[in-house]
Unconditional design. Structure first.
Length: 150
């Protein structure tokens, strides 16, 4: 995992409770850091070496969890007032690195599937999806080296 964390990005370790017949993977409680309110929860899937990038929300706070597979995240900060302006963070999440990544509004986010099987991403968002509050860029519009994530 990258040692550099972008300002306002929060990484929260989550619990996995081992039980006979299947594990319990914690996601989020309303008392957890990163919880603001509940808007919606949804899953995205990504196949090995597929990249979904770039997206920036103006209002939504994303709480990202990878309960199955392995996903590498690239986050870019272009907020001029931020202490981490112009910097990147790279974070890999999976069951063996089980954390919740809280991404505040106005950070650019992309992700890449790293496991041989289909990977699942859960977003617990503070607002419901609104296509008018999100910006998109093509993959090559932000200069990020995705080959770092293997």
């Amino acid at each position: 995992m990258d040692q550099q964390i972008i300002q306002d990005l929060v990484l929260t370790e989550l619990n996995i409770i081992k039980t006979d017949g299947g594990d319990v993977l914690h996601g989020m409680k309303k008392s957890d850091p990163g919880f603001i309110s509940f808007g919606e929860a949804y899953f995205s899937t990504v196949t090995k070496n597929s990249i979904k990038a770039w997206k920036r929300h103006h209002k939504m706070t994303m709480n990202l969890i990878v309960p199955s597979g392995e996903i590498g995240f690239g986050i870019f900060d272009d907020r001029e007032e931020s202490e981490s302006f112009g910097k990147f963070s790279t974070i890999v999440l999976s069951q063996s690195n089980y954390f919740r990544l809280t991404v505040p509004p106005m950070l650019w986010l992309g992700f890449k599937g790293l496991s041989k099987d289909l990977s699942y991403l859960l977003n617990i968002a503070d607002i419901a999806h609104d296509p008018n509050e999100v910006d998109h860029l093509d993959l090559n519009e932000i200069d990020y080296d995705w080959s770092y994530l293997k």
